[in-house]
Ligand binder design. Structure first.
Ligand code: PMV
Length: 344
């Protein structure tokens, strides 16, 4: 099974031409942050993971994408109004992904994406980017695929994108099949309106090594990688238990230790990978001190970059904003709660 055969199978009963020559597809998808991380693939081509992972979506924060067919020799891609050169890595990745969907080999696309989160901040902009793109393609071609099918398509662009098709908590089930049709996101039906995420920017610079490369290097060279699946199994059980019983310390402790274990694992790759800077460590120490002194129940998670995402409840929001004046507070359940509220 290749990415192309996966796409052709999912789209076997769907239109492959736009409804009109001037049709434009448009869609939004939220960003997501993993509380139990995806770190390692069992199939690089299909982005099939070694383990399950679990994330929380960021409500109104994410990517809005418009796509339409154009004449020409290259795809035209703009992000936040800036046109990307075809030499840029992200342009190459998008065009390669779009090769899976072109009705004719000469079809080219114009893609305009607006992302309302800092792009290089490790806030999973590629995850929401690919999820918004498959939704925009669905809108352009008028497919009627379920979120579950779209999740499989988004996974082919970026693994973590398969968790960006829903609001709230989403588990990416690794699946067992070699073709990957059972490797997709599944939404958990629990809301937690008091939950907050805080983005603590440590460094705005682009990361030195991509998550894709770092993941591969860890799986291939770390002698400790064989321990990761059992850590994930244990952490997932605890995170789901914490969500069910609204046990915030259990959620925070487990998410923080899962992220720390992922970074420890990377350090044991050869050559060693280190995203944590002295500044990151300074913030972590501050967070540990707040917990030790009972000043706030706050935890962090960290992805493939130096920035931290804080986890806390609404009751600690003003304290943390005082301590970290640049903290960007995100209310993950605001959008879904207001949607439910307006329906009732
Ligand atoms: O989907 P990718 O290739 O961008 O990898 C995401 C990796 C992490 O953000 C570090 C973990 C995760 O589960 O999102």
């Amino acid at each position: 099974m290749t990415p192309k055969t996966t796409v052709d199978k999912i789209l076997s009963n769907q239109p492959r031409q736009p409804a009109s020559a001037h049709a434009v597809g448009s869609a939004f998808a939220p960003s997501n942050i993993a509380l139990c991380k995806y770190w390692g693939k069992r199939n690089d081509q299909l982005n099939l993971p070694v383990t399950n992972s679990l994330s929380i979506s960021l409500g109104n924060l994410g990517a809005t994408t418009r796509i339409w067919e154009v004449e020409g020799t290259e795809d035209r891609v703009s992000v936040n109004g800036q046109v990307l050169s075809i030499e840029v890595e992200f342009h190459k990745r998008l065009s390669a992904f779009l090769n899976l969907f072109r009705p004719q080999s000469h079809t080219r696309y114009c893609i305009e994406t607006t992302v309302n989160i800092p792009i290089a901040a490790g806030l999973a902009s590629s995850a929401c980017g690919f999820a918004a793109l498959v939704r925009a393609l669905q809108d352009l071609y008028q497919w009627n695929l379920s979120n579950s099918d779209l999740s499989v398509l988004a996974r082919l662009g970026s693994g973590s994108a398969c968790r960006s098709l829903w609001e709230g908590f989403v588990e990416w089930e690794r699946g067992e099949q070699e073709d990957g049709f059972d490797s997709k996101g599944v939404v958990l039906d629990t809301l937690w309106p008091e939950l907050r995420m805080g983005l603590l920017m440590v460094d705005e610079k682009q990361k030195t090594i991509s998550s894709r490369m770092a993941m591969k290097q860890t799986v291939e060279t770390s002698l400790f990688y064989c321990q990761w699946p059992s850590q994930v199994n244990r952490d997932l059980l605890n995170i789901k238990k914490a969500i069910q019983s609204k046990d915030f310390p259990l959620l925070g402790e487990t998410a923080e230790s899962n992220a720390e274990a992922m970074h420890a694992l990377m350090m044991t790759a050869q050559p060693s990978i280190q995203y944590t800077t002295p500044e990151t460590l300074k913030f972590k120490t501050q967070i540990w001190d707040y917990r030790k002194d009972n000043r706030a129940s706050v935890y962090f998670t960290q992805d493939a970059g130096p920035n931290l995402k804080l986890l806390f409840l609404s009751q600690d929001e003003s304290f943390l904003q005082e301590q970290f004046p640049n903290l960007q507070v995100i209310v993950p359940f605001q959008k879904i709660s207001s949607q439910l509220g307006s329906k009732s």
